[in-house]
Structure formats: C-alpha cells, structure tokens
Design a protein around this ligand. Structure first.
Ligand code: MRU
Length: 387
C-alpha cells in the first residue's frame, strides 16, 4: 500500500488522519487528540468510509485509555470498575452517534462495550479492563486489511468464473468493472473492498478498465477513487453519475462492484447514494452486480432494507463543490482551497447520503468468508447462514 493511500496512521497513542475534505490536491494529516475530535472528524467527513470510521472510533478509545493509564495521579474513572464502566459507556454512546447508516461504527462500539462489560464482570480491576479495551480497539483497526485482501480475491475469482461459465468470450481482453463512491485504502484500513476487487483483478492481469462515478455531492469518486486509481496506476475512466446508462449502452461492462454501509439479513444493501441507480441499470443490461463488504457489515437485527437508518446530510453540501482554484499551483501548500456555491441560496434540497439496493438486484455478496448468492428463483439472500 502506498504511503499516501492511508486514511489513518498511528504512532503509539498518537492518531493522525488524512483530511479527506482536502484530497486529492492537498494531503494534510490532522492529529486526533481526543474522542471529541474523533467524533467531529467522522461527522464532518474528514474521514469517511464504513470501516475507516469504525477504526478511528475504536482507536480513539484505545488512545484515550492508554493516555489515562500513564497519568499520575490517575484520573478518577480508573478508581473503580463502576467508574470506568460509566465513563467509557458514555464515550462509546457519543462516538456511535457520529453517523447513523454504517453498521461498522455501531459494531465497533458494541464490541468494545462487550470487552468492557466482560472485564467488569470478571475479577479484573479497572486497569486490566482498560488494557483489554485498548487491545480490542487496536485489533478492530488491524484486522481490516487482511480481510479486505481475502474478499477482494474471492470476488475477483468469482467474477472470472462467472464469465467463463457464461460461455461467452467476454473478458478475454480484461474485465471492465464500474464502481461507485470510494471503497479503497482511504475508506478502510488498507486495500479496500470493491476497489480491492478491482485492484486484485489489476494485479493478476485480469482487469480491462475500472470505471467510477463522480459520486456527487461529496465526490468520493472524482476526488478519492480517482486519486487512488491514479496512484496505483490502474487504467480507469471517470464518468458523471448521470452517465451510467449511457456507459452500459455503449461499452462492454462486466460487473458493477460496490461496497456497503449496512446489509440487512435478506441482503438489501445500503450504500452510497447512486448505488441503487447503478443496480437498476445493471439488471436492465444483465450485468452482474456485486457487493463487497466485511461480514461485520451484515446486520442480522435488520430484516430488510426499509429498516436501515439513512443519514441525510446538510443541504449546503449538495449546493456546493469543493476543490482548488485553477490553474493548479505546483506546491500543494500554495494551492488555494475553495468551496464554491453552485445554486441560488435558500433552496429546498433532498440530500440522502445513502440509498438501499434491494437484494433482488444483487447478484453476489462477497465477504471475507466467501461469496453468497441467492438460491435459484429467490429474491432475497439468507445471510444468517454465513454470519
Ligand atoms: O459517506 P461515505 O463516504 O462514508 O460513504 C461511503 C460508502 O458508501 C462506501 O461505499 C462504504 O462505506 C463502504 S467503504 C469500504
């Protein structure tokens, strides 16, 4: 993984994130000093992507506790298990509220709460419980990269096999894959999910071209995916969100691969706004539609997509565009960042950050455990079998 393609870096207790609001023109690492700054970075989308926000939340708890363990005198919340429990529970609740749709954030905070509760219920004292939470928080971040590589390989191999089985010679010149949003190293702890699948195809000589939508209004595609693909030197083409239908009509596309923020038990999948549009068009053109996400993205408590909470972002984010003023100054530090208003003021805006793709439009769900498909004739998945 290239150094620039890192969403979070740590050095002992020090956590820094790349401010993704400034990418791709300026790479600025911002130190996250405490849980409030972690919450703010997630809410303001300085860091984004379901696995990355879960990692930052978990690491911020680990860092908070390791700093506390070194304080002399120790803070009051380390005086007893009861004090530690109420202190950490409040911090976890606060982090959990930063963004509602991605289940990973809730899964990470619930996992740390479990470690907390189990520690408190055991004979361990507050310092030992704190140590266990620190370890678990770091693990949440570390385990992400390994599983991304696994699911990327499963997904790429499944796709190759899909086209071989179809009997067509499609893919002989390389598989062309469309993706939405940004699901690469910037959205995860490394390698990525759907973008990982594309990277794996490239690394194994099986990729034709990667196509990606701009993904308005935050422009994860044109700012972040473009930057990652360019850095990795993967052949790629950007399209505007409105061009998916045209692309499918005029170019051979072998798959749409996307990530996920939350997958319901029946396979309905919440992902970046615009994913549903691509899925409808993929079905119309008989293009396999693949969701690539860690197993922790499956929320068995949510039976179907209508119960997934969808975040609506502030209207101003859909009325403005971020970037640097052209011509581009050679030195990044001299580049002038600008947020430009594109609309009249005070208009009414509909700005959901995610949409839900019904399971019946999804050909395969790829996790680190393997590839799930729907049974013949069925419109939904039974994901309880793989979780
Ligand atoms: O609003 P964002 O940028 O956090 O949304 C990101 C997505 O929708 C991604 O596709 C998803 O989180 C998976 S990232 C591996």
């Amino acid at each position: 993984m290239t150094a620039q393609l890192t969403s979070i870096r740590t050095d002992g207790d020090k956590i820094e994130i790349v401010n993704q609001l400034l990418l791709p023109h300026v790479t600025e690492f911002v130190e996250i000093h405490d849980i409030y700054e972690a919450h703010d970075a997630i809410k303001s989308m300085k860091i984004r992507g379901a696995p990355a926000i879960a990692s930052l939340a978990a690491l911020s708890i680990s860092s908070h506790l390791s700093r506390a363990l070194r304080e002399d005198p120790p803070p009051a919340f380390l005086a007893s298990n009861a004090a530690l429990q109420s202190h950490i529970q409040a911090k976890l609740d606060y982090l959990f509220k930063a963004r509602p749709t991605a289940v990973n954030l809730g899964a990470a905070t619930r996992r740390l709460k479990k470690t907390l509760d189990e520690g408190v219920a055991s004979a361990a004292g507050p310092r030992e419980v704190a140590e266990a939470i620190i370890k678990e928080g770091k693990l949440i971040n570390d385990e992400d990269v390994g599983r991304n590589r696994k699911m990327s390989k499963w997904g790429a191999e499944w796709l190759e096999e899909y086209w071989k089985r179809s009997g067509s010679d499609a893919g002989k010149e390389g598989l062309n894959v469309l993706t939405v949003c940004n699901t690469g190293s910037l959205a995860t702890s490394g390698y990525g999910t759907a973008l990982g699948l594309i990277t794996h195809l490239f690394e194994t000589g099986k990729l034709g071209k990667a196509y990606y939508t701009q993904t308005a209004p935050y422009h994860q595609g044109s700012r972040l995916t473009a930057y990652e693909l360019k850095t990795l030197q993967i052949p790629s083409v950007m399209i505007c969100d409105t061009m998916v239908g045209s692309l499918f009509q005029h170019h051979k596309i072998h798959a749409v691969a996307v990530g996920a923020d939350r997958i319901a038990k029946n396979g309905d999948t919440a992902n970046k706004i615009g994913t549903y549009n691509a899925a409808v068009l993929a079905a119309r053109h008989n293009i396999p539609f693949i969701v690539v996400a860690p197993i922790s993205t499956v929320d068995l408590d949510v039976l179907s997509g209508e119960n997934i909470p969808i975040e609506h972002r502030p209207p101003i984010e859909a009325c403005t565009v971020r970037g640097v003023l052209t011509p581009l100054a050679a030195e990044p530090s001299e580049r002038k960042q600008a947020v430009v208003m594109m609309t009249p003021e005070d208009i009414e805006v509909y700005n959901p950050s995610f949409d839900v793709t019904p399971a019946e439009l999804i050909t395969a769900i790829v996790t680190e455990k393997g590839v799930a498909t729907r049974r013949a004739g069925e419109k939904t998945f039974d994901l309880s079998e793989i979780v």
